[in-house]
Design a protein around this ligand. Sequence first.
Ligand code: TYD
Length: 227
Amino acid sequence: MTGLFITLEGGEGAGKSTQIARLGERLRGLGRSVVTTREPGGSPRAEAIRESILAGHGKPFGPFAEALMFSAARLDHLKAVIRPALARGDIVLCDRFADSTRAYQGALGAVHDDVLVALEREVVGSTRPDLTLILDLPAEKGLARAAARRGGSASAPDRFEAENLFFHNKLRRAFKLIAKSEPDRCVVIDADRGADEVAEAIWEYVERLLGDDIKNDSQAHEIKENV
Ligand code: TYD
């Protein structure tokens, strides 16, 4: 079986980590090997870059430099974790990927499209996600959830959580635009409901993808046998 690459995207507090854990469990229940990972991070070198970015060390350099930092982390993550897993036939579930760079550093940071397209071509190459699930919910709700997760005021918001509501509304629109521009790869999932309902909505798309995968696999098999 070929590997499948599924990414989850969305604003703060959209419930990506809960949904990734649930989806991973369900896929493992079907006997599939699943690797769950995240960006920025996912490999030791990329995790080191993550720490630095989320501590705000990239901010003084500006969004372009931050895009480079995220890209450097992605380069290592792809090489060390994602590509080997896909080559083994695993399903890779990744919490954020290149669409986050397009939304945060592109739409919000005003890094030019051409620059991000070129970066993506160099860094991601042909390892594009088979499916991207964009968890969508009103910015106010997402921020409230993220604050609750931190335990009220017990810990400080990270680099991007600390941005204002205007930023997060713009972020939501940016993700929706990405989904519109690549409808074959992206689906927008209404995340403003219970975790069970969101999980079911996600499963509908993943099941379809698995069906296509099995179909493609048996077609490839038939072709091989007929040669
Ligand atoms: P994280 O704590 O993982 O946030 P979340 O739980 O919302 O996914 O922190 C990752 C932060 O980095 C998040 O605010 C989004 C941001 N980010 C970018 O700005 N660009 C990127 O390319 C990626 C992958 C993340």
